[in-house]
Design a protein around this ligand. Structure first.
Ligand code: HEM
Length: 183
């Protein structure tokens, strides 16, 4: 799993598909905001640390003993929260803080690969993971090579909207500005 770039790209693409874009030029009535890098556009409370798929479920095909002595009996359907895993203070220092640098090679040393599972894990994990990661990197690279993104603070604060995938209620509004010197 690509810890170095995974989270940032995930955030961007998740936001991208929910995005209601308004260009800077059209946004006459909008107050200009302090320029932000793309990574920090989504620092808003309630949207950071999102993951598109919030949970997966499995039916136990055998009794599963737990470390604390409990046993999950065969036949029980378990719901595993990816969201909760990504926000667990046991796994992540300051899980509520949006800090892409926690995914740097240096900071991610010693992690359990199961602490970051946006594509699930084990044999039935996402078959499209590599494709999705490649696609997200292309989208991010093409976007940042041509545009500066500004957070639109005039609109309401983004809020989570859990559906089949996690989305943003009323979208995530941005102002886009062409990079100077880019045709
Ligand atoms: C950001 C993008 C994506 C995310 C976060 C994501 C996440 C996931 C997750 C968490 C699962 C496991 C579901 C489960 O265990 O019940 C899954 C399964 C799956 N995903 Fe994705 N996915 C993404 C993109 C894609 C793409 C682009 C494709 C196809 C081109 C794809 C195809 C599949 C398929 C076929 C499965 C079922 C695999 C199986 O049951 O063996 N996904 N995905």
């Amino acid at each position: 799993m690509d810890h170095t770039s995974g989270f940032t790209c995930m955030e961007v693409i998740q936001s991208w598909i929910c995005l209601c874009v308004r260009s800077h030029v059209e946004g006459e009535g909008h107050r200009r905001q302090t320029p932000l890098t793309l990574m920090f556009v989504w620092q808003e409370r309630d949207v950071k640390n999102g993951n598109p798929v919030t949970a997966v479920s499995r039916c136990c095909t055998e009794d599963i003993p737990q470390r604390d002595g409990h046993v999950i009996p065969k036949g029980v359907i378990c719901l595993m929260s990816i969201y909760r895993t990504h926000h667990s203070p046991d796994l992540w220092p300051e899980p509520e803080v949006f800090n892409p640098l926690r995914f740097s090679q240096e900071n991610s040393k010693g992690w359990s690969p199961l602490s970051f599972i946006p594509f699930s894990a084990a044999p039935r994990n996402c078959i499209g993971q590599s494709f999705a990661m490649a696609e997200m990197k292309v989208v991010v690279a093409l976007t940042l090579s041509q545009l500066v993104l500004w957070r639109d603070n005039i609109r309401s604060t983004p809020r989570r909207k859990p559906e089949l995938i996690l989305r943003a209620k009323r979208g995530l509004w941005l102002l886009l500005e062409p990079l100077v010197g880019v045709a």
